[in-house]
Design a protein. Sequence first.
Length: 705
Amino acid sequence: MDRKAGKLQKEYLNYLDAINKVLPEMQEFFEKNNLDIIFEYRNIITGFGEILPEILTVFGYEQKIQEGLRLIEIYVRCQTKEQMMAELEMCDRALNELSAFVDMLLNSIKGRLRVCNCCGEQVYYRPLPDYYRQQNEKYHVKPHIPETLSREEYTCPSCWSSDRDRLITAFLQKLELDKLVHAEKLLQIAPSAGIEHWIYANCPALIYDSTDYYMDNVTFQSDIQNMSMISDESYDYFICSHVLEHVQDDRKAMRELYRILKDDGIGVFLVPVCLDIDRIEEEWGLTEAENWRRFGQGDHCRNYAGWEMTERLEEAGFTVYPLGKRFFGADVFKECGLTDTSTLYVLTKQPVDLIDFIQNRKEKRDMEWEEPLISVILPCYNHEKYVAKAIESVLDQSYHNYEFLVGDDGSPDGTAREILKYEDRIDQIHLFDRNMGGETTCFLLGETKGKYVAMMHSDDLWSSEKLRMQAIYMENHPECGACFTGCMLFNDAEEDLGNGPFALANKKKEEWLFWLYDAGNLLAHPSVLIRRDLYIELMCENGCNRFRQLPDYWRWLKLVQKSEIHIIEKELTFFRWHTEDACRNVSAPVLENTLRTMVEQSYIRYSTIKNMDGDYFLKAFKNWLKKKEPLDDKDIMCEKFFVLMNTRLRYMEQAAIQYLYEIYAVEGIPELLETQYGFRFQDIYKITGEFLPGVIDEIAAQFKR
């Protein structure tokens, strides 16, 4: 989610409010020639002008704001009182125009503050991008009246959901998929990121798949006209939104959708329906320009008339239910920014009373759910100020079948005393008389009995729903080894610092490997719920305590080579970012930690790439490969060297140099590097000769910041 967009919107409104309040006073001061006070208010206008370029990308009021910016620039060009006096008449005129502009802008957004149901953010929806107007003019597009298109409130600036995405999500909320505890399966064709985010943030029991003909980050790639890899009656739900206007044979695609849906399943369906046409307009194989002219987009091949679209769906076997404002309610339509004619088509395999049908599905879910045992471990050291709140956030979980193990690692402060206040509510308390570091965690792990383990840090907090949502996900997704959550940062003063680096989206395990390798570790340890045996293997393997700065980075790189992982895309973990010197931890930006991080990161990358399975390596780094089809193990060895060299940080080249020294001794590698990759031994001397100065510059730059 783009938190910056929300922040800009607040700044924008604050400036508008400030300008609106001072405009009458400024006009009065102009009339009295009181230039001293006018000069003070100039700063308000200047500040507004500074944020306008960024606002352009958030609101979509391009033409209005560009005109306003022009007026503001006229006004603030007066750098001195003398210049103001000389241009008093022009400033007076500009002020009048600015006043009208501010009134127009305030009126245009009045009552438009919404809560996006896809991401939960409070936003102003952006209008349809001006790109479409430009294309319409360029290709002389034939105008139509769309059934579902909100030109004024089209896009959420936070999650980029469209109005139709929010309409679909409103129906998924009607189905209460967020209340599932037993698995049901949903397929989204040509997936919307906004809908995906809502599912990943709210529906842990849902087994979610996606497919598209072109997209990479989907469960599988397929042509909707032939999804042969999917068995008959595989899905409880499908979402097919604005897909069939792209395909040659929409009837064939409709039959495929019917085939993959379970007998009691529900299909969610949308295409661009035009209210002003009587028959479907279609033709395949036209030029992009002609597609624009006839169908309003370069890759469309038809416009739909509602009745004929329904007829084709019925031919495929579906019963069709058009759902509009009456079904959803006026409040939902307003909050989603929908036009009154917006319509969602819901499909079933047999005629039903849809309201009763949905209600019966909900009632069938009301079966007992056996909560698996979770072991929560909380190792503590010197957190007397924070540990009580951490303990209480565990005890306040809505999930109840857990054991709670707490260990104090020889804290010299009053941490142990705070822990003992909860002695009657904690299953095991272990107070060690000396600091043992990672051994305390391994000891607590050895005492656990749960199917899953959750790590809690003694200065962090959990949402009350954290364990429940994670347990539901893990129980319904046996292929997943660990489940993390979104994470919110806060400081010692309990101030919200945003989700910053923890705003993560789900990926396949090979994509996680690439992401972790390229971006570093941004998976929050206190957010994890992990299978016990896997966690013991990762946490307590021989030699793991050699890393002080980056032990989690080492573990997660190993984890994603063993198993899929999942992120519940909701902030359920609250990570304390210490600013007080006395509380700073191993992440503090001091020279010792910086140097140690460089050494550990270089070794971890070297060891990870060197020991990685060849097939996994090719999948994870397919976009970085020099040769797209390496032929043998020696090709892969060369490719691993170039992956290690592909770094933004000079000090990371140490890993590549070490690996190069090893493989250069392998028979045939020097010749292969020179003939296939253009890399000669002289290049080794160049890399090593320039290495140290680059590292020194990077260290100096870090401490200048």
